[in-house]
Design a protein around this ligand. Sequence first.
Ligand code: KG4
Ligand code: ZN
Length: 371
Amino acid sequence: MLYYYFIFIDRESNMEERLTFLGIETSCDETAASVVREKTDGTGEILSNIVSSQIDEHKEFGGIVPEIAARAHVEKIEFIIKKAIKDSKLTFQNLDGIAATAGPGLVVCLTVGLNAGKAIAGSLKKPFIAVNHLEGHALSPKINNKIKFPYLLLLISGGHSQFLEVNGVNSYKRLGTTIDDALGEAFDKTAKLLGIEFPGGPKIEEWAKKGDKNYFKLPKPIIKKGGCNLSFAGLKTAILKISKKLKNQNEKYHLAASFQKTINDILYEKTKIAMEKFSKNKTKNQKYFIIAGGVASNLSIRENLIKLSNEKSFTPIFPPIDLCSDNAAMIAWAGIERYKINLIDNLEFPSKARWPLDSSAPFLKGPGLKL
Ligand code: KG4
Ligand code: ZN
């Protein structure tokens, strides 16, 4: 109880000040910490943004190994947080609060950052905010852009693929999601079949430039059903079959190009449906379409979705690459936004493997699913 009392006093005394938060992110294979300060125009200033990736640790396994990831987080977290504070040229005492990712993700990994955040908040008697990683992505475009709610978000990363209507802080409607693999996962699995090291998304993009995108005809799962839900598993099966018969490097380039083209066709159709859903009952003049997540760094996907946005009168916004992929600036920012509407958590907040942003949306995975 005493803890809440402290927080309340702190909040009141800081009402007119620009808030400064430390964010911590360890939900997957990035150990990250960042200090972000609110600007007077409502956007944010990133004072430091430290991301330590574990790609080398996981390369030989072709994917993320939870125990290895957790150990690497434990080894790095203290150094990364201290560096984030040092680079921001502030001290822990200057912070108005601490935000840490509490889910969704690998619990063994989440716990490392979450516990670090709680320990700092507890010892400094500063407010603590447990952040949903997806909310971090969803609010990240507001760090650099003066945009108003609601907006349409496509999140495409190694762990998630969703269309979300972002109506406000803590207020989301899921319009569509993947029913099997995430898009980044589809890129990584295709890359693996082509002999490319994990994570293979960027290399697929590179190879696609050298190939003929119409060389292989690949399936587009649930393209004509399931609204703006997505599916990539059937595509992977088709690629597995073709990859066994490839004769030379040129054919590998053709397969990378055909895969990327198929993804673009799927995203084009499904985003069109999401835009129509989003536009229903909205009288707003300006409609924003935000694309976040590591896969959003793919230039052909960017061009494709910018073209569609123009056709459908949406303003497309891509957060800069370092804010698209996993980072802690977005967690600090989500902390600031939540704190401003008094969404403050206690130090008992658990890490959560599954934590949908829209709790009313059905769980769309597994055999026997009807769309
Ligand atoms: O958001 P992110 O950094 O981490 C999470 O998964 O949360 O996304 C990583 C994913 C990986 O699957 C990676 O292969 C993919 O994003 N990716 C790309 C590209 N750059 C990264 N996929 C396609 N084209 C790219 N240029
Ligand atoms: Zn992410």
